[in-house]
Design a protein around this ligand. Sequence first.
Ligand SMILES: Nc1ncnc2c1ncn2[C@@H]1O[C@H](COP(=O)(O)OP(=O)(O)OP(=O)(O)O)[C@@H](O)[C@H]1O
Ligand SMILES: [Mg+2]
Length: 387
Amino acid sequence: MRIILFTGKGGVGKTTIAAATGITVADEGKECLVISTDPAHSLSDSFDRDLGPDPVKITENLYGQEIDVQHELNRYWGVIKNYLITLFRSQGLDDVLAEELAVLPGFDELASLLYVLKYHNENGFDCLILDCAPTGETLRLLSFPEMARWYMDRFFGIEKKLLKLIRPVAESVTKIPMPTEEVMDNIEELYINLSRIKDILEGDSTTVRLVSVPEKMVIRETQRAYTYLNLFGYNVDLMVINKVIPELEGGYLTEWRKIQEKYLDTMANIFPIPKKYVKLYQQEVYGLDLLRKVGEEIYGGEDPLTRYVQERPMRLFKKNGEYVLSLRVPFAKKEEIDIMKRGDELIIITKNWKRILFLPQVLSGKEAVGATFTDGRLEITFNEKVI
Ligand SMILES: Nc1ncnc2c1ncn2[C@@H]1O[C@H](COP(=O)(O)OP(=O)(O)OP(=O)(O)O)[C@@H](O)[C@H]1O
Ligand SMILES: [Mg+2]
């Protein structure tokens, strides 16, 4: 099953583009489910149909689902949450605070990820499309399996068997309630599911598509999202630039069109992935007919399930205690590459190619100390600044 995630800054058109992709896939005869976790229920507005917490058939081959996050959370997370509340209370926290703390950061995004796993296992649809939350939250969602693994290792990294032995002693000595077997089973199940989700999202069938508009502030946030998605190991294969003002002869929007042209140029430099454009319509875009038009504009007869990018363009890893950023620099010769670092930006220039890269936090305070270029990949080594 093919999985496509759509993300981008608030209000740029994520839901619209996800829905338009869904109807295009369905029209080509493939069973497609579009899922949203947005509590504002804008997916039903976009399709102009009532949707619910289970898949609802919208038209031939097309289904929509709006997840009730709170409900799903209690189902999967209830037992563990109750244990944490007891644990925090035993440490003297009041009830409200204990409940607040028991919802660890990122856990509210869990519901949609668990659905990815469910539908992947059932394999009933040809394609799953996720209309994700705005970039910040989606990044959290996507880094969630990683983060959760970290939590679980440290927080609950204790063997069940061992726990059975030490529980009576530990509880009387430390006055800390130890997790019951049910809690441990739940944690174990969640843990296993999370690693599976991570594998699915990093696998070849999943790609992430960024929705953006040609405006300064949106570009910056999209750049940040692009870097982090790559570093987390997700394959960003397409950018959809929405609300592009058509070329006009005079008229009120002429200046806007010029501004957009400038940013469209900038975007061409920054994002080394295929781009598709959707014009600014003269009306709100909702309902199957208009969504089909948007789909036609984006894919123009191409199969929306295509993986537009085969290779991940960016990787970050540690080698001999130093951070190495590995990038694909197409069509370049070693002697032609110039690298500059400006704050949290890395600028790479070749003869006819320029990339401005937003650096992740771990690298922005460090210095580029060396670079190698082999087989089209540039590897830059970063180290602590020597003052
Ligand atoms: N190309 C377009 N032309 C005109 N209107 C558009 C276009 N794309 C989207 N819209 C309109 O813009 C509004 C926001 O779109 P949408 O809900 O898809 O954005 P979103 O990124 O999902 O927002 P949110 O971050 O709130 O989830 C909607 O009213 C939609 O009809
Ligand atoms: Mg939306």
